[in-house]
Each structure stands twice: as C-alpha cells, then as structure tokens.
Write a protein that binds this ligand. Structure first.
Ligand SMILES: NC(=O)c1ccc[n+]([C@@H]2O[C@H](COP(=O)([O-])OP(=O)(O)OC[C@H]3O[C@@H](n4cnc5c(N)ncnc54)[C@H](O)[C@@H]3O)[C@@H](O)[C@H]2O)c1
Length: 281
C-alpha cells in the first residue's frame, strides 16, 4: 500500500514518519520545499534519539527515514496512492481546494482523509465525486508518541472506507476509535473541554486555588497534568480560542471563557511559550 501525506508541518511530518516506521512507503508533500526539508530533519532527529536510547537499531531508523519520499509536486506524491491524509493549515477553503485537487489527481478508489481538529469531513468532501471515500482521521500531537486516532465518519462515508482507515491506523501501530457521527470537538476535546470548564468554574467560584485543582486532578484522577498545567503546556490562547469557538457555535453559557483565563490571555501570559501563564517557567 502506498500512503500520501499532504502538508509537512508538525502533524503531517510525524504522521508520515509513524507510518514509515511500520513498513509503509509514504509520499510526503508540502508546497513549501524548505518546510519539507525541516520535516525530514526533525524526523531524522527523533529517530536518532530512539537509536541512542536503544529503542531502535540504526538500520531500522535509516530504513524508516528512507521510506518517506518528500516532494513539492502533488501529482508525483499521489501517483498510485491508495490512501491520502491531508494535514495542511486549519483553513476550510484551503482544505476544500486541496480535496478538489486530490479528487482530480488520485485514482478513483483512493481514500481521502483529513486530520482536521475541528472540521467534520462533510464540510470538505462535498467538493469531491467520492464523499463515500472521505473521512476524518484525527491524530494527536506528537504523533510519534501519542497512540490515539479518532476516526470520524461523515453522513456519506462508507463502511469500507471506515474499515480501510481502521486497518491503516492499526498498521501504523496507532489505536483507532470510531465516531459514528460528526460532532464538534470529537471525543477527546469534548471531554477535555468539559473537565477544563469545570476546573475554571471552581476557580472562578473561589472553591480552590488553581494549584490545588491541578493537584486534585493529578493525584485523584491520575491524569498526567491538571487542566491549568496542561493549559500552560498547550498555550492559554489555544484554550481560550477553543472555548470561544464552542461558545459561539453553541451559544451555551457553559462554554463562555472564564474571566480569569481571558485576563491571562489579554496580559500575554500564555503559558510555557511566554515564560508565564498559571505557573512561571
Ligand atoms: N498541531 C496539533 O496539535 C494538531 C493536532 C491534531 C490535529 N491538527 C490538525 O492538523 C492539521 C495540520 O496542523 P499542523 O499543526 O501540522 O499545522 P502546521 O502549520 O504545522 O503545518 C501545516 C503545513 O501545511 C502546509 N501547507 C499549507 N498549504 C498547503 C498546500 N496548499 N499544499 C501543501 N501543503 C500546504 C504548510 O506549508 C505547513 O507545512 C490542521 O488541520 C490541524 O487542525 C493539529
């Protein structure tokens, strides 16, 4: 089987490498040649560290790197591809134009998957002549470490397409879960948002400090990070924008961003990346 990954950013680069680590020949396409080189170097670095730690042999690492064929030519990348995973910027019009192009250049039986975090496939696949062969495959960052893939079927996705995506995820040594319906936030982000929202409600009501809420979640639920520490790790602007998006989409007051979160974002205290968020780094 040949896989094509379109977009060689944080996600696409590692999706390609994860597949290649498990014996799949991958074409990795980006319109930006410099980005492609950066992706290959970054992957080489990740695999070299595994070799140093004795988790991978030098030969295995080299073979996995060599299974990723980088090209800025979409036609070349998709030549004979049975499966395409799109991982370009989170921009609806861009994704629609890529799917339109993929529908033209790929063989008719190829599956077209989107790694979008927020857009159900039905928003994209109607530009193709094969909405039955389109679906979401939502990987998690960093793909080389995070085991889960959310497979989301659109209203027109066929059983066979779901089966092919499931098989591919397993071949890549990733664990698939299936969503039978398109739903905003899929499973993981919905549960994360619900827990985070409750944590902010407790904070805003003065029930406990953010440190104690994190400690309660980490020690009582065994989550590796409490919601405030995780927010700092991902960027508080990301948390804020996700809440605002859910609030606007649903109109549900429960999603309204916390005033304390809003204040952090306005002050530019976005977490690790700015040196300060809830904690100081
Ligand atoms: N970063 C995450 O944590 C994460 C997690 C899950 C899903 N996602 C989703 O994955 C997708 C990619 O996210 P990312 O973080 O890797 O983005 P990114 O910005 O790191 O990379 C996007 C890449 O797409 C390329 N690109 C843009 N237009 C293109 C075109 N016309 N043709 C070919 N390549 C093009 C860019 O050059 C860039 O390299 C988004 O839909 C995002 O929502 C991201």
């Amino acid at each position: 089987m040949k896989l094509t990954v379109v977009g060689a950013g944080s996600m696409g680069a590692q999706i390609a490498q994860q597949a290649a680590l498990h014996g799949i020949e991958v074409a990795l396409h980006d319109k930006d040649g410099t980005q492609l080189q950066r992706a290959l170097e970054s992957n080489r670095g990740h695999l070299a560290r595994r070799v140093e730690k004795g988790k991978l042999s030098k030969q295995e690492a080299e073979a996995a790197v060599n299974r990723v064929h980088a090209t800025t030519d979409l036609g070349e990348a998709t030549d004979r591809a049975a499966f395409v995973i799109e991982a370009v910027f989170e921009d609806l019009e861009l994704k629609r134009s890529i799917f339109r192009e993929l529908d033209e250049v790929t063989r008719a039986d190829a599956v077209l998957a989107s790694n979008s975090s927020t857009m159900g496939i039905s928003k994209i696949s109607d530009v193709t002549r094969r909405p039955d062969r389109c679906l979401n495959m939502h990987f998690f960052y960093p793909v080389l470490v995070m085991d889960l893939v959310e497979i989301v079927r659109g209203p027109l996705t066929s059983d066979e397409t779901v089966e092919r995506a499931t098989v591919l995820a397993r071949e890549m040594a990733r664990t698939p879960v299936l969503l039978n319906k398109e739903i905003d936030g899929f499973i993981v982000n919905r549960i994360l948002h619900a827990a985070t929202q409750e944590a902010y409600r407790l904070l805003d009501a003065g029930v406990a400090s953010f440190q104690d809420i994190d400690t309660a979640v980490e020690k009582g639920l065994n989550w590796p990070m409490g919601p405030f520490r995780l927010g700092d790790f991902s960027g508080l602007d990301v948390t804020y924008n996700a809440r605002l998006h859910m609030y606007r989409v649903t109109g549900d007051e429960r999603y309204k961003p916390s005033p304390q979160l809003e204040a952090k974002v306005r002050a530019g205290k976005l977490g690790r990346k700015t040196g300060e968020g809830w904690y100081t780094y």
